[in-house]
Design a protein around this ligand. Sequence first.
Ligand code: BES
Ligand code: ZN
Length: 631
Amino acid sequence: MRPTAALALALALAASYAMTIPAAARADEVAPILTGADALDNSTFARPQVARVTHVALDLALDFDAKRVSGTATLDIQAAPGAHEIVLDSNGYEVESITDPQGHALAFAFGEDDARRGRPLTVQIGDARRIVIHYHTGADAVSLQWLRPDQTAGGHYPYLFSQGEAILNRSWIPTQDSPGIRQTWEARITAPEPLKVVMSGERLTPEGEPAGAGRRAYRFRMTHPVAPYLIAIAAGNLAFRELGPRTGVWSEPETVDADARELDAAERMVDAAERLYGPYRWGRYDMIVLPPSFPFGGMENPTLTFLTPTIIAGDKSLVGVMAHELAHSWSGNLVTNAVWPDGWLNEGVTSYIENRIMEALYGHKRAAEEEALSWDEMQAGLAEAGMDAPGTALHAPEEGGAGSGITYDKGATFLRTIERTVGRPAFDAYLRGYFDRHAFRPMTSQRFLSDLRANLIRGDTELDRRLQLDRWVFAPGLPDNAAHPDPQAFAAVDAATRAIAAGGPVSAVPYADWNWAERVRFLQNLPRQMDAARLAAMDEAFHLSDSTNSETLFAWLKLALANRYDPAVPAAERFLAGQGRAKFVVPLFRALMGQGEWGQPIARRIYARTRESYHSVTSGAVDRIVNGAAR
Ligand code: BES
Ligand code: ZN
């Protein structure tokens, strides 16, 4: 179908559809906007105190040939008395018209472009409190990746997925793209048969409905107010496997059975998380394993976690990522950072809960090892930024934080520190109450500390002093009360590492007996300078370049490339061409670019070939490292 025809169809449908839904049925409630300087989002153009979106109704057609989404977004608006305009976020979508529900045109204008945030879209709404935006996405909408059939496992059908966090959804959804402006939503999406569409909300039409011209329509809704970065879509040749009464996995038919085997702990994880932190409030917990270019390990889209296939190791070793995304159903999706500099409230709290879920399912040893790896990541983050760097505070400065070693790992260490100071029963009860008190609400660092003081510390000034709360959240470095990981967690592994560092034989290392965490700890702690003979001996003995575990392969490649070890280059190239997860791809290109005349030509050669396969999240980051490699 040509875009204009698709558009006409979408317009007709949207007009009838939007008007059939009574406003009162659209939302549980309207989530309040926090006031106060700590809740002011510098990443949005919206001025929610003047006018804010409460509900988004999408009616969209997916055009895989034009790589374009087109149709309408109908926005419900709450406005201050006398307000006559609303400011939305935009990044590249094009607007044909904006009308009130009766079809009367409303004036609108785009403001100046900002490289990071995009452009404000100001709409003159007059008295209208519902508006209909007729639009289509621009070329290369940064949230979306359109894959050719040859980029999928099956090889026969195209594929589309979105990645909204942090501020990418404004490239395909015209709304106020701020985590503090929670919105309910619904969607009707059409795609050509036999493709299926899934979204991060309740599925209303499991089989889809005929939509004419060889297309089917899929309808969804989210009746809880959510941060708009959590609206997500995927479409392709998809199959589903049930895992438990409320859990399941989507993937291509070629991979879905292996994915279902790998993720079979999902239902038990939901049960464990509920026992710790109270009811799972989102209905189903399904997952979709995306094609390998998905730029993250996972993304916590409500009711439908998005996952990279690089966690499908075959031995369930990397299901910590599933635990992590599930944990966001409380920390992140239920209680959400109001502003991105408070990202630790999402990611740090989630990393702590992830570890609690892992402990509940797999026991102390595995959890203690993963905690110790997280501690290492934190130390690496602190060392890289410098202990005094402002970016090492949990509440990141506006200019940007020091990265995941702080947000995730220092954040998790902070929560473990509180837990071990007040004891588990008290802290578990506190956290559970925190999620209940603030369910479906935004949160800030300041409010978190107030809540902690009101509900956990309760006037115990000695406890307050010992915890050093404000230092943890607002000061750089690591407070001296930090809870350390179990020093025994990797005792045997570290002994083997020391033996190798002292020149001992590779054959004495029981590498084959180790799990993934032990292997990663070993590889990460080896001396950074090793000669080729030594690397070759390990490569041969431990089959490092042939590792099918993405985490151990990554740890090995970092070491090998830092030592200009030529025999590992083909494995690095295979890995960089075979998946697009930023956590792996970006450091490997950085490692190559750090190796002067040896590594830079290799990096440029590989990137020239792989760039087009990456999502914009990954290619944007690699572009900054491999200057001029492409374009
Ligand atoms: N929400 C994040 C991914 C994210 C963070 C996207 C910030 C955009 C901006 C997700 O939950 C996550 O943390 N994924 C990790 C998983 C890991 C820590 C277990 C990843 O992608 O590696
Ligand atoms: Zn996360």
